[in-house]
Design a protein around this ligand. Sequence first.
Ligand SMILES: [Zn+2]
Length: 370
Amino acid sequence: MTPHQLERYERHLALPEIGVAGQEKLLASSVLVVGAGGLGSPASIYLAAAGVGRIGLVDADRVDRSNLQRQILHEDASVGRLKTASGADTLRRINPEVVVEEHPVRLVGANAGAIVQRYDLVVNGVDNFPTRYLLNDVCVWLGKPLVDASILRFEAQATVYLPGQGCYRCLFPQPPPPGLVPSCAEGGILGALAGTLGAPQAVEAVKTLLGVGRPLSDRLLLYDALGGGWRSLRRARDPDCPVCGHTPSILEPVDYEHFCGLKEESMVKEVLPVEAHKLLEGNPAIQFVDVREPWEYEKVHAAGVKLIPLGEVPDRVGELDKNRPVLCICAKGGRSMKACDFLLSQGFSDVTNVAEGTKGWVEQGLPTGG
Ligand SMILES: [Zn+2]
């Protein structure tokens, strides 16, 4: 180590569990952080500060102003930039010695193996189930430790999947039905909760890289921010797991969107806002449903629309008549597509999604409010 490094990492060197040998190990190691968002921000910042030699950031998104409440890799001036570029700049400012690699792509079956292969360990900061299952499977196949966490509203969980000691599929063999678990955009999230779990991800990553302490690999750590309590559940490898079990049946990437119920051969029709408006004028029997959250509805909504937030659709489906057409709208068309798919699965036969959502509706100058 250089004199500069001896000074920078002095507090690590003072720890017998790290010392010079441990710090040199960190400097020679590499971590892939998937998702430069809420969890990936604190995790990657602490890993860069700790002197992990090479850090990869995977994220296809651009910084949105609504990210800034929790994604501390990015700042106000970064809005509109690629998250990987904005995040890499932040990490380089914190520790110029760290090599930061930018992967501005969406992780899919075709690219995940090649990216994950290049790193010693993976930190999971993804926000959707298809990528979560894909990343899990790829880490099992490549024998990479996966430091996992997820956060929503006021609750969080974290664990570490070490090769041969179980995986995400052992714990959650099946994804929840589509639409059941809201995204952070729908359900909301306390910003600081990202730090509450992202920082321990960095801790577990450092422990795993150094092989010190008791890894979180036999427990699922649960945190309830409102109650202010931590607890942990024992977890173990499932010998029948289709990916990491004794006789695995899944040996290569599957269609994860399909597995998570997000890409059925859709029977949903889609129309642009202008066409949707024409349909509504021509057929008073159409049930027009806005599946956004109440606060979004209050800001602006299409005239004559009924509010049923996506998360409430399963419970309130009885309010809609299966024999009449349904037209679903949300902000941009994504959530309403989930609602349409759900309605089809419940026996509705005439279901139409409004592409471009309320945003398009307003931009086209169609009637609002009321
Ligand atoms: Zn498993």
